[in-house]
Ligand binder design. Sequence first.
Ligand code: ADP
Ligand code: MG
Length: 206
Amino acid sequence: MLSGERRQDRASRTHTGAIHATGVDKTYRAARGRTVVALSDINLSVAAGEFLSIVGPSGCGKSTFLNLVAGLLPSSAGTITVGGNVVAEPSTDVGIVFQNALLLDWRTVLENIMVPIEVMGLARKEHREAALQLLEMSGLASFADSYPWQLSGGMQRRVAICRALVFNPPILLLDEPFGALDAMTRDYMNIELMRIWQQYRKTVIL
Ligand code: ADP
Ligand code: MG
C-alpha cells in the first residue's frame, strides 16, 4: 500500500509539469552593440508527461529556449510558465542535462549525483537513497564509488541524467545530451531515455 501511495504521489506531481511559452523573444547583445535575435515569437505548449523533441540546425535557438524554460536566462519578451508559475529564476521543478556531462572529476559518481541536493539544501539521507535507486535503474550500481574519469562517455551521460533526476523534478530538459557519443552508444542512450521517461513519466524536452 505504501508503494501504491508513493506512485500516486509521483503521478500527481507530474501535473506540475506542463510548460507554456507565449510570445517569447530572446535577443542577445553581441559585440559592438550588435544584437542577435535567437528566438522570435515562440508559442508552445507541452502537456505534463509529454516527451517533446526540438529539432533544428545549429544556432537556431534550441539551447536558448531550454535555458529560458530552466530560468537560467531571462527572456526579452513574452512569458513562460511551468506548472502554472511564471519562470523568473531556476526552480526545483526542472532538471537539466547539458551537452557535456559536466561532472566533477574529484567527486565519486554518487557524490556527483548528490550535488544538486547539497546546493538546494535538501535532506541528504532520503536523497542518497534516491540516488542509489537511480544508479541501480541506470545499470551503474557498482560504479557509485568510481570517479567520472573511470567511466565511458555513455556512462558519464547516464550519471548526468541521474543527477538531473535525483530531486524528482517533474520536468527534465536535455540539451543534446548524447551529441558527442558514437552512433551506437547514442542509439542505446536514446532507448535508455525512453525507458526512463516511461518509468518516471516526466515532462521531457530534448
Ligand atoms: P542552438 O542551441 O540551436 O545551436 P543557441 O540557442 O545556442 O542555438 O543559439 C541561438 C543564436 O543565439 C545563435 O545565433 C547564437 O550565436 C546566439 N547566441 C547564443 N548565446 C549567445 C550569447 N550568450 N551571446 C550572444 N549570442 C548568443
Ligand atoms: Mg545548443
